[in-house]
Design a protein around this ligand. Structure first.
Ligand SMILES: *Cc1c(COP(=O)(O)O)cnc(C)c1O
Length: 443
């Protein structure tokens, strides 16, 4: 029996071509599949052997099982009619860069364990800052997601203001703020929002606060907190301002949306997720700070076996991870292969599609818009009760034709349609509207 290494060597080229062909076919045909997986819990587990194989199996068998067993249990985030949560896109350059990343298999423990990993991260976060109109010279790093980036920022804030253990944010802040505070032993103080779901600065109580989290593009309604007023309050009290622009930050690549970044230049830290609306595959969240020393003070811990004479501070000293992965490669691929123009076109098309859908809802008396729409998410509901809207959501998602999600705004159950996938066409959005109207109860 050939060893695993030998098998992979002999078949690598052929298996690689087969995998690439599979990816191509998948992306071409994904729109024919039901968006939401139609399996029962435990279904995939039951279909797979209880133990790993004793002897090596051909890669082709894995591809077959991926197609036959795994795919039915996949919810298709690459589907053009995935309109739930925040629609994302793993673009072709990003997908190929993931292959290259795995080939290099770099581990960014220290600068010397992969100078390229660290320096490409510095370059791509500086490029991205420039594309989004952010100030020059901020320290940038890439984390797995906004949850980790916010955790890191709040750890720095806690370090910067000893004895202050409260984090203030809007009632619409993302749950990652609550989770970070739980991990850091901090208390969350929820501040009420106004009628347009924006944090009310007049209601902000900074007593005992080490940080305020302002959100540009909240998760429920994509509302934009008044960052300039929050920044004033933070500056007066010496409180760290973290801006969470995980979703909407990508839109700043277009000048017409920059109003939403007003005041962000005064933040102590900022997170934007290229893996949400900037065509980068999952696992790429940009964290910038103008106070990197505080981040380093919170995280630097260099054991003897990692001491090196290099005159460079490693990114692992600025965040929770030691072995950091080469996330910059996929961002580099996306920024180069899309260009500013390509990224702008993508954002503008999502927003155009959302505006169309919003107009259809507005024009139909059987439906109601439930929040302003600054970007590519429409919050709406059918006339009738919360229960009727919840049942409607269940029916439309069961069709497999679209996948949308919900939230609660001003106490009411609200449906959310998030445009943002690069493969979505106007016809797909039209189909979503048709599916919703067909499934709606007559009023
Ligand atoms: C999506 C989102 C997050 C969480 O992002 P992850 O990368 O999944 O951790 C945090 N904040 C906001 C505003 C978001 O939209």
């Amino acid at each position: 029996m050939a060893s695993c290494e030998e098998v992979s060597h002999v078949g690598f080229h052929e298996d690689g071509l087969a995998a690439l062909a599979w990816v191509e076919r998948y992306l071409e045909s994904v729109r024919e599949r039901p968006v939401l997986a139609r399996v029962k819990p435990g279904g995939l587990r039951a279909a797979l052997p209880a133990r790993a194989p004793e002897q090596a199996e051909p890669f082709a068998d894995l591809l077959r099982d991926l197609e036959e067993l795994v795919l039915p249990a996949v919810t298709h985030w690459q589907h053009p009619r995935f309109f739930a949560y925040f629609a994302t896109t793993g673009s072709e350059p990003g997908i190929l860069a993931e292959l290259l990343t795995a080939a290099l298999n770099n581990v960014g423990i220290l600068w010397r364990t992969s100078p390229a990993l660290q320096e490409l991260e510095e370059v791509t976060t500086a490029w991205l800052a420039d594309l989004l109109g952010l100030p020059q010279g901020w320290h940038g790093q890439l984390e797995q997601g906004a949850s980790i980036a916010t955790l890191a920022a709040l750890a720095a804030a806690r370090e910067a203001r000893p004895g202050h253990r409260v984090v203030a944010c809007s009632e619409h802040a993302h749950s990652s703020v609550d989770k970070a505070c739980r991990l850091l032993g901090l208390e969350v103080r929820k501040t009420p929002a106004d009628g347009r779901f924006r944090l009310r600065p007049d209601a902000l109580d900074l007593d005992g606060c080490c940080a305020v989290v302002a959100t540009v593009g909240t998760t429920s309604s994509t509302s934009v907190d008044p960052v300039p007023a929050v920044a004033d309050a933070c500056a007066e009290k010496g409180v760290w301002l973290h801006v969470d622009a995980a979703y909407a930050g990508s839109a700043m690549v277009c000048p017409e949306f920059r109003w939403a970044f007003d005041g962000v230049e005064r933040a102590d830290s900022l997170v934007v997720n290229p893996h949400k609306w900037l065509s980068t595959p999952q696992g790429c969240s940009a964290l910038w700070t103008r106070r990197p020393d505080e981040l380093r003070a919170a995280f630097s811990l260099v054991p003897e076996y990692l001491r090196a004479p290099d005159a460079v501070v490693s990114h692992s000293e600025y965040g929770p991870e030691l072995g950091r992965t080469f996330r910059a490669l996929k961002l580099w691929a996306v920024l180069r292969c899309c260009g500013r123009a390509g990224l702008q076109a993508r954002i503008r098309e999502s927003v155009r599609q959302a505006a169309l859908f919003e107009q259809w809802v507005r024009d139909d008396p059987g439906w109601e818009l439930c929040a302003p729409r600054p970007f590519s998410v429409v919050c709406f509901r059918r006339n009738g009760s919360d229960a009727a809207n919840e049942a409607l959501l269940g029916r439309v998602n069961a069709t497999g034709k679209i996948f949308i999600s919900h939230t609660r705004l001003a106490g009411r159950y609200v449906l959310r349609l998030a445009a943002g996938n690069a493969r979505t066409t106007e016809a797909d959005v039209r189909q979503a509207w048709d599916v919703l109207r067909e499934a709606a109860p007559r009023v």
